[in-house]
Design a protein around this ligand. Structure first.
Ligand SMILES: [Zn+2]
Length: 369
């Protein structure tokens, strides 16, 4: 008997907000969830022990970057991504599509695939839907993505063409997939155009992937447009499968998009802010370089339970930044990732308690910037 190692259980709903569990071969992912991003098979400045202590349940790695360096064949030789990076929890890889379309200055799209130049050394490479799946099978993540084309959100003609191509490529990815221990998610495109988003959600839902992703958002459109697209797409996507909003978000995004039925998020924001000396807090961002923190004995947040806030003062973190010490990036990353993981956890509890709107309203009203 063959049983799929993937199963999504929808446990509770409060309005459109959903609480569930996605079972994967490397463990259960409670949803809604935020996935920290480890672009190069490392969540910048953190060890996997830090991630375990933060109780991260799912992390993301980037196919484009790992294909170019060190190479997906090398990672396969080293036992796959879990073994290579010493992370035994669930991993998600993207398809490489987004990076090819955003990072590579020279790229040529045709019906079969994309030819692009490496941002590292300018060498020429080619991704097709089949090649993207093959690379992701070599990497060995639990959740893998169909190869898609992300258009500029306001260009109707391009959005429509890219959407149709994304649909044809989704079918090719589906057919190319060989491993049974990976869940392939389809991706919805369509820019900011309601009719395209509707058509794309219907098409991708019809292919019966074990999960569905929403791409091409948070790429320059307004929040109102993003929310409107989510409402359309999530009114069509099946209830019994997880929904992943790619590349989003901020704390506010988690609150407003979970409200509209999103289950999974990923974003480089917490570690990127940490590298720029910024701390996330429930009231907005704090620039830890500011002179006002020179003698501040308080932690970043007095209510935060993260390792950083339990052990270090604002004054110490500011000193590390001033002295160019690497530890500042680590301590801020721990705090920022904790902030998003903790928020997702609290939003999940609010859904289970049927208090989502109350919790969300209170949380959002605290933000000053
Ligand atoms: Zn903290």
């Amino acid at each position: 008997m063959t049983t799929t190692p993937f199963k999504f259980e929808l446990i509770s709903q409060d309005g459109q907000a959903r609480a569930g569990v996605f079972h994967t071969p490397h463990g259960d992912v409670p949803t809604p969830i935020f996935a920290p991003v480890g672009t190069q098979a490392t969540v910048k400045s953190l060890t996997q022990r830090h991630l375990k202590e933060l109780d991260a349940k799912l992390i993301l790695a980037n196919t484009y970057h790992l294909y170019l360096r060190p190479g997906d064949d090398l990672i396969a030789e080293m036992g796959g991504l879990h073994q290579f990076m010493s992370w035994d929890g669930p991993i998600l890889t993207d398809s490489g599509g987004f990076q090819v379309f955003s990072l590579s200055k020279t790229r040529k799209v045709d019906e079969d695939g994309v030819t692009f130049k490496s941002h590292i050394d300018g060498s020429t490479h080619r991704f097709t839907p089949e090649r993207s799946v093959e690379i992701q099978e070599n990497l060995g993540a639990d959740i893998i993505m169909a190869f898609d084309e992300c258009a500029e959100p306001y260009n109707r003609q391009y959005s429509e063409a890219a959407m149709h191509r994304t649909h044809r490529w989704a079918e090719r990815c589906y057919a190319a997939k060989k491993r049974s221990d990976q869940a392939l998610f389809g991706i919805i495109q369509g820019g900011v155009f309601p009719d395209l988003r509707e058509a794309s959600a219907e098409y991708i839902a019809g292919l019966d992937f074990p999960g569905n992703a929403i791409g091409g958002l948070s790429v320059g459109e307004t929040k109102e447009e993003m929310h409107a697209m989510l409402e359309i797409v999530n009114s069509i996507l099946p209830q019994e499968k997880p929904r992943y909003l790619m590349g989003v978000g901020t704390p506010q995004d988690l609150v407003t998009c979970i409200k509209r039925g999103v289950d999974i998020f990923d974003c480089v924001l917490p570690t990127r802010l940490a590298r720029h000396n910024a701390a996330m807090s429930d009231n907005g961002r704090m620039n830890m370089m500011n002179a006002q923190y020179t003698r501040d004995e308080r932690p970043i947040s007095e209510t935060c339970t993260c390792y950083t806030c339990q052990h270090y003062s604002r004054a110490y973190i500011r000193h590390l930044i001033q002295a160019n010490e690497m530890l500042s990036g680590t301590l801020l990353s721990i705090h920022n990732i904790h902030t998003l993981l903790d928020l997702a956890c609290n939003l999940r509890k609010a859904i289970l308690n049927q208090q989502y709107n109350e919790f969300a309203g209170k949380y959002l009203s605290n933000f000053t910037k």
